[in-house]
Design a protein around this ligand. Sequence first.
Ligand SMILES: [Zn+2]
Length: 399
Amino acid sequence: MNSYGSSFTLRCLHCDVEYLPEQVSYYCPDCELDGALDLVYDYAQLGDRFLQGVRSSAHFDMWRYASVLPASSEFAPQLRTGGSPLYKFTGKGPVPLFLKDDSRNPSGSLKDRASALAIALAARMGVQTIAAASTGNAAAALACMSAGSSIRCVIFAPSSAAREKLAQIRAFGATVVEVAGGYDEAFAACHAACKEHGWYNRSTGINSYMSEGKKTVAFEICEQMDWCVPDTVFVPVGNGCIVGAVFKGFHELKRMGITDRMPKIIGVQASGSDYLYRAWRAGQWTPASAPTSLASSISVALPRDRMKALRAVTATDGEFIVVSDDEIFEAVLLLARRTGVFAEPGAAAAYAGYLKRASRCNGSAVILITGSGLKDVATLVKSGILDKQKLTGYCEAQG
Ligand SMILES: [Zn+2]
């Protein structure tokens, strides 16, 4: 075991070279930003320790899985993170349907799991400032998790970012640096500032540790299903970090001998932000194009965690599917009216994907709800869907 509280190495997904944690910071030094790293633990030795940790944990939260995390709860923020409900619905659908409602985290999104880990890592290293480039859930999560701590939070946001999106970030007291241009410029400014000042960089796609926090959602799903693996999991996909982390969580349970198979992972993209869908269909990377989807949390040009996302789908014999913005907004309402769970458009995309593909599902299906509808009410209002007298139900009509 090292000073992180667990023993692991970091393997580059691009060149396969393995590093010790002390040798690298965020990504492979040879492959740079193409070299996302996978944390690899000694799985053969970990199964018993993992289950012991679960049994002895006083709380149902992400830290009960600390034996396969690069930080211990000793440095974690006090806010209860993870431990979200898994609801089972046995309506008229073809398979038992489960909703993993991760909108119930402190700032309202699954990204709190990554930000809680980022704060724990930063606290362990004794850094005083943590930064991220984002205007959405990752920034709100980091601002939330650093609130009340001694760690300063700096968010780099494109100057075009909507004021209401910055409100939650500012409310938690984070410093917002507005950068002329779009997300790429904000990302570059954050990267440069972190290098210059020695700040800790939590930006998705640069910090390979962030998958580790997010993978705990897969551990929880299995634990809530009595350590059974669902047959299919639907995950909304923007930058690709969440879907990659969901794969890693299920894969680690299998490697530890706790489960014996993998679910099919279905990555759901908006048709106006479909880079991974196109790459998966073409069998090669294709040019990125400007995103047009209004589902902001999954609307990106070039997914930063595209390698991990593609692996998640191909290694599980899953698929990428696309849904239109009309289907996404309708799915927000259908989900809310049928289950009482109010998801933001980017999260409801997973439900829209399920509705399109439900007739091809066998066994159990889990839909991952990654963010609260309260985060993006303005877009829902602007979409006009709330003024419709009757929903078309076309998602289901398409089978
Ligand atoms: Zn490499």
